[in-house]
Design a protein around this ligand. Structure first.
Ligand code: SME
Length: 185
């Protein structure tokens, strides 16, 4: 992890640059191996950075860079009893989602990860990008409070399964460890 090396060398700027250079796509069908790599890189990117916007921006960029077969990755944040578009990668998307509406609203309402094999079979699915065919949405909950959701879309049917859900939950747990949600207004 870069932070421990950084502490040894006491040269954050150079090592920060190195950390970004070291993030490369890996080719593997082993989801455990893939997500362990993804989550290690996420930790490196956010563990020393206190700014929530910088961290969520880099988190969405990391998903976009490393995940195969996706067309949208990012966050909706819980504000004033609704979900509002946060940092993301992909085409411009709808900005407000009611709790209970669409896949994101369902995840927020039920506080339950939604793994949608075919978005056209999901009642009330909100189509932001017509290329999207499957979707996974993980609620972000800290101290029993909803902070938002992580949303990833794919142009391929049945792209995500329970294994993705398990490891993306770990991704969200890391965000919860390092992101100060209280600063989001
Ligand atoms: N499809 C989502 C809306 C957000 S976009 O996919 C970026 C939904 O049904 O909630």
């Amino acid at each position: 992890m870069w932070s421990s090396i950084a502490l040894l060398n006491n040269n954050f700027k150079i090592l920060w640059g190195d950390e970004m250079q070291q993030i490369k796509k890996i080719k593997t069908d082993d989801k455990k191996k893939f997500y362990n790599y993804l989550n290690l890189k996420l930790t490196g990117l956010i563990c020393e950075e206190p700014d929530w916007l910088a961290n969520l921006s880099n988190a969405s960029a990391l998903l976009w860079l490393l995940l195969e077969d996706i067309n949208w990755a990012g966050f909706y944040l819980y504000k004033n009893d609704e979900l509002i578009l946060g940092p993301f990668q992909g085409k411009p998307a709808c900005t407000h989602i009611e709790i209970g509406k669409g896949v994101c609203g369902a995840a927020a309402n039920e506080i339950k990860t939604q793994v949608v094999k075919n978005v056209h079979d999901f009642p009330g699915h909100i189509p932001c990008d017509s290329d999207s065919k499957s979707e996974i949405v993980v609620p972000i909950v800290k101290d029993n409070k909803l902070m938002g959701v992580l949303d990833i879309d794919s142009p391929i049917i049945d792209r995500f399964n329970d294994e993705d859900a398990e490891y993306l939950q770990k991704f969200v747990n890391l965000l919860n460890k390092y992101v100060d949600w209280s600063k989001i207004s």
